[in-house]
Design a protein around this ligand. Sequence first.
Ligand SMILES: Nc1ncnc2c1ncn2[C@@H]1O[C@H](COP(=O)(O)OP(=O)(O)OP(=O)(O)O)[C@@H](O)[C@H]1O
Length: 381
Amino acid sequence: MITFTGVSKRYPGGTVAVDQLDLEVPAARTTVLVGPSGCGKTTTLRMINRMVEHTEGHIAIDGQDIRARDPVALRRSIGYVIQQAGLFPHRTVQHNIATVPFLVGTTRRAALRRSAELMELVGLAPELAQRYPQQLSGGQQQRVGVARALAADPPILLMDEPFSAVDPVVRKSLQEELLRLQRELRKTIVFVTHDIDEAVRIGDAIAVFRPGGRLAQFDHPEHLLAEPVDEFVEAFLGYDRGVRRLSFFPASELQLRRAAIVDADHPAGAALGQARSKDEPWLLAVDSREHPLGWIHADTLANTAATTPVGELDLVRYGHVFTVSTDSLRAALDAAMLSPASRAVGVDRTGRVLGVVRQTDLSAAIWDAGGNGAAGTRAHG
Ligand SMILES: Nc1ncnc2c1ncn2[C@@H]1O[C@H](COP(=O)(O)OP(=O)(O)OP(=O)(O)O)[C@@H](O)[C@H]1O
């Protein structure tokens, strides 16, 4: 655990970057520091490894005051990842990753072996080992940065806007990788970002700072979104926080309708009977592996020769699906909103259709989620 007690930082010249911070950063969890530009996030992060010395108060790691530690040894025992990775341009990928092992006197062989292990861990192909940083994409550079920070197996990892220089798609995949790594490694991660969506996605706890370096709220993401302490936090979270909160409620409890599924080789007449008897105006046609093909409306079936197989009709695109076991209500809502049939298609991990969810059933689940705020369980998606 990292404990800040009455910590302030006044830079020479008088700027108070952090003002009387009391914060307990839990061990083996990801804590995210968010807030508008200049509110003291980076300063807070850098005070942990003494790259910036605090001017008031105490900072302790597992009960030990960091001032009692040698700053160089302290820094080496804490992983540090920054925006645009901060790699050494004249060192190959494998040597960049092995920087700290080399510094602390690990044998060349052991350091390079560790480097290869870490490349695999962060999802970098082995053939990239001999490349130089400028020969990598932004996302690959960030992965090297993470691998380098993990090389000495530090219990604490500080990450300062590590993913903000890459495009949104790469950023999302890096966030997913970080979540996967963290499930495996259980480091104490302190992560700085401007982006509240990123914070909610990866944080177990979120500290929102306000201008002037003051802590506004420290909370679990779902609780933060449900109950911002004041107007500043509410505005910072954005006015779509209700929808964002849905990402904490699993889709697995949604009622899935199987009666709306029809095999592609089923004749139109029988499908029409199914649609009418089950009160399902939209049917989802599936192939022999039960993967979705598209929607068909009862009116279309009524105007088709009864013997024509459903799969030969003009099916309406089904849009995107949600994975029942891992996605959240937010993903299911999104799938339903974008569906021409106003229904979301729920699949298993292999893409097999498990059922469809109507917007009315979704509304009921969302209503329940709203009523039981704090009881939500985190979905993985
Ligand atoms: N070395 C320094 N000397 C003087 N003032 C500084 C120094 N570093 C930061 N500051 C000031 O301290 C305040 C907090 O800066 P800090 O970088 O911690 O904020 P931040 O929340 O990380 O900002 P951003 O999101 O823009 O990176 C700002 O007013 C900044 O100008």
